[in-house]
Structure formats: structure tokens, C-alpha cells
Ligand binder design. Structure first.
Ligand code: PGA
Length: 262
């Protein structure tokens, strides 16, 4: 049986003390079910050292929201893998929709970041998803395939097996103006992602890579997504920033995931 993934990216919210409080509370609330899931929190850079301390011994994995593409160098404002690893961070998210569409990172930028992350043995959560316009033009599947093929171009099958997680987050579904995808739509794109991973790395490895759904996941729709066999976990923004609410979603979704015996 697979183990589901539940995670949150707190974006540019929460100061270090707020991030720690969130993690401590989440740890308390989920203590009895922790070994049945992968649970992760991705706070902002300045919260990382204290977040790692707060999560110590809880099994909650702490990740960074992005990362530079070299081990060191003239990249002002970026953070390198040794800097993260030294403080105990071994997970990094690459290519979140806001990095792509607000901060204008390209597929080629994400390729450089992903290849640096896996080369350094970091767990790498690559986010993909189409914009409203791409959906309207009927090129959602092509867009997601392209994002994967470019970002994962230099990732070896072995790196993919040990390091890679994927989040499908349609851009139009994210944030306060987002409309969540229907479960049928999410299922279809998850199938496309799985097919692409199988093509890139071979089915024995492709089938092992977790694919999470994100974009306006909340208490009302979480169950509809998690019951899809193609969905290995939920990547949640706003609805997970309150630890009580995140715990409530997990407690409903976890047994359903297990019942679907994925
Ligand atoms: P949301 O954010 O759940 O608030 O839509 C999702 C995300 O940006 O990862």
C-alpha cells in the first residue's frame, strides 16, 4: 500500500515564530497518525532554521520554497543546496506557479534548479501546471508534458527514483482567485504526468514517483481529489495554514486514501 503525501507551502506568510507555532501545533495534532503519511511544511527562508528545530523528532519534513542552481557562486539573493543541507533541510520545491508567473522563471530555469537539487541529493518537489490561457487553447496536456520534459531533462532514472516528487497545480486553481479543478480534470492531467514520467524514466521508476494535487484544496473538496487513484497526496496552501484545519483535512483524507487501497 502507498503512503499518502500531505504538505503545505506557506508562501510569503508567517514570520519565523508563526511558522514554528504552526509546525508545533501540527505535530501535536497529528502525532497519532504521523507514521501513516508523509507530512511536510515549506515555510519561507528565514523560518527554516527554527522550523527544522520545531519539527525535530516529529517526522514532519521541512522544505525550502526554491533554490539556486549552483552549489556556490555569484547569484545574489539565491540559496544553495549546501546552505540548506547544513541546517537540516533536504526538501526543496522548484517551479511553483508564483515563481514561474510572478517572478518569470522559465522551464529552462527550472531545469537548472532541478538538476542542481537532485545532483545534491535533495528531495525535489517539482510543480507543474497550465495557465488559464493554455487551458482555453486546449494545450494543458502539452504544457504539462513540456514543463516535465524540460525540467527533468538531465535527471537520471536513479535520481528520479530517490529524489523526485511532482505537484500538479493548475495556475488558474491557485490562490484567492483560484477555482479548484474538478476531480475528473485533475485525474486526466495526473494520468498525463504519470505517462510522461514513465516515458522519461521507465515504468518501474515512473510509477514510484508521487504526484500530488494542489490548487484551492479545502475541507469541501479534499476527499474528491484524494479518492482518485491517480492522486498520491494533497499540496495545500491557504486551507493548511491553520494547523487545526490542516489536521481536519488530513484526518478525513487519510482513511479514504487508505480505503482506496492505492
Ligand atoms: P492554495 O495554494 O491552496 O491557497 O490555492 C496552493 C499553492 O499555491 O500551492
Amino acid at each position: 500500500m502507498k503512503t499518502p503525501y500531505f504538505g503545505t507551502n506557506t508562501k510569503m506568510f508567517k514570520t519565523p515564530s508563526e511558522a514554528c507555532e504552526h509546525i508545533r501545533r501540527l505535530a501535536e495534532l497529528t502525532r497519532d497518525i504521523r507514521d501513516r503519511m508523509h507530512l511536510f511544511v515549506i515555510p519561507s527562508y528565514t523560518s527554516l532554521p527554527s522550523a527544522v528545530s520545531a519539527a525535530e523528532g516529529t517526522g514532519i519534513c521541512i522544505g525550502a520554497q526554491s533554490m539556486g542552481w549552483e552549489e556556490r557562486g555569484q547569484l545574489t539573493g539565491e540559496i544553495a543546496p549546501p546552505m540548506l543541507k547544513e541546517i537540516g533541510v533536504s526538501l526543496v520545491m522548484i517551479g511553483h506557479s508564483e515563481r514561474r508567473h510572478v517572478l518569470h522563471e522559465t522551464d529552462l530555469d527550472e531545469e537548472k534548479r532541478v538538476s542542481c537539487a537532485v545532483r545534491n541529493g535533495m528531495k525535489t518537489l517539482l510543480c507543474v501546471g497550465e495557465t488559464t490561457e493554455q487551458k482555453a487553447y486546449g494545450i494543458s496536456e502539452e504544457t504539462v508534458r513540456t514543463q516535465l520534459k524540460v525540467a527533468l531533462h538531465s535527471v537520471t532514472p536513479e535520481e528520479a527514483r530517490t529524489c523526485l516528487w511532482i505537484a500538479y497545480e493548475p495556475v488558474w486553481a491557485i490562490g484567492t482567485t483560484g477555482v479548484p479543478a474538478t476531480e475528473q480534470y485533475a485525474k486526466r492531467i495526473h494520468e498525463v504526468i504519470r505517462d510522461t514520467l514513465n516515458t522519461l524514466f521507465g515504468a518501474d521508476i515512473g510509477l514510484e514517483i508521487p504526484i500530488l494535487y494542489g490548487g484551492s484544496v479545502n475541507n469541501e473538496n479534499a476527499l474528491r481529489f484524494i479518492r482518485q487513484p491517480e492522486i498520491d497526496g494533497l499540496f495545500i496552501g491557504r486551507s493548511a495554514w491553520d494547523a487545526e484545519n490542516f489536521n481536519a483535512i488530513i484526518r478525513e483524507a487519510l482513511p479514504l486514501f487508505e480505503q482506496c487501497s492505492k
